[in-house]
Ligand binder design. Structure first.
Ligand code: ADP
Length: 316
């Protein structure tokens, strides 16, 4: 909560309390006007009782109001402190990730060149350690990129373009990245894409990031069988499904896997950030991403995006 919204909240609270203070006064005036109470009747001991009751009620009201105001102020202050801490933490993660990215890119480039023999032939006993370094630097770079994306999303600063996107084009580009890997591992790849262009509005690169993450997970967690990618129109939405024949996901974990750093599988690789980022990106496109896993039938990840309005005269 920012300073301005905290001030607005306190002002609203003060107005509400002032309005509430009118209630007993108005009630008393109303009772006076209909003759249920009379000032002339309140003399002697009765007058003292009535006066005392009014003073006690007024005191209770003022004290109660001060107590609640104090508590609200404390809560607002604590909330602001937490918000500031959260912002500082996000800024710290973002800065560190940003600083790490540049040297990691240099390391990766140099290692790739080394492996490709650009600095001279790589001896047989050097091949394995160089490959290991390449793998680890690649992993670190992905983690740093994920952290940077996440901190930008949380700060509401993820750069995203808004343009017309044909889902099949983005999906084909994403699928292409895995064709060789799936084939080499003897996994079947089935692609069922609607023929008519499925148009959505958004950022093609961010959507590709989501599809790549889902297909990469499907490939990673599937030891045999295959991966199926589908896309079709479903009412007002474009529905994309990535299905695999892997071990599936237990019902109690179907939502947990979208939490940050949550990894429930047995895979060695991965940071547990891919799915939360994917869900946030789809959310920024006003869509939904969720997982289903009927027992014994692998996993299915479903993305639904609002379909773009059809251009005039276009067939569906
Ligand atoms: P990671 O980088 O660990 O893959 P993700 O956020 O992409 O991070 O996935 C989080 C967890 O969700 C994974 O560690 C795994 O436990 C589970 N998961 C994701 N996709 C699948 C899938 N296709 N089949 C089974 N489990 C999956």
């Amino acid at each position: 909560m920012g300073d301005a919204s905290a001030r607005r909240l306190m002002a609203r609270f003060n107005t509400a309390v002032s309005v509430m203070a009118l209630i007993p006064i108005l009630t008393f005036l109303y009772l006076l006007s209909i003759g249920s109470v009379s000032v002339s009747g309140a003399h002697g001991l009765t007058g003292v009782y009535v006066g005392l009751a009014l003073v006690i009620a007024g005191l209770g009201f003022v004290l109660g109001q001060q107590l609640i105001r104090d508590m609200v102020r404390r809560l607002v202050d604590a909330n602001q402190r937490l918000q500031r801490l959260n912002d500082q933490q996000a800024a710290f993660v973002s800065n560190v990730a940003h600083e790490l990215r540049a040297p990691l890119t240099v390391f990766k480039g140099a290692l790739d060149n080394l492996a490709d023999g650009l600095y001279g032939p790589v001896g047989p006993e050097q091949v394995q350690p160089v490959a290991m370094c390449q793998r680890e630097v690649g992993r670190l770079k992905r983690l740093v990129t994920d952290l940077l994306d996440l901190s930008r999303i949380e700060a509401g600063k993820l750069p995203m373009v808004q343009q017309s996107v044909v889902v099949q084009e983005v999906l084909r580009a994403s699928i292409q990245l895995f064709e060789v890997q799936l084939k080499e591992r003897g996994l079947r790849l089935t692609v069922e894409l609607a023929e008519a262009p499925l148009g959505v509005t958004g950022d093609p690169e961010r959507l590709e990031q989501v599809f790549v993450n889902l297909i990469s997970n499907a490939a990673k967690f599937t030891p045999r069988g295959g991966v199926t990618v589908r896309a079709r129109r479903a009412g007002e939405a474009v529905r994309i499904e990535v299905e695999d024949t892997g071990p599936g996901i237990a019902a109690e974990n179907l939502e947990r896997i979208f939490d940050k750093f949550e990894r429930v599988g047995e895979s060695e690789e991965g940071s547990g950030l891919g799915l939360p980022i994917a869900r946030d990106i789809i959310g920024l496109h006003r869509g939904r991403l969720w997982a289903e896993s009927p027992p014994g039938q692998g996993s299915r990840f479903i993305v639904e995006l609002p379909a773009a309005a059809q251009p005039q005269g276009a067939a569906s």
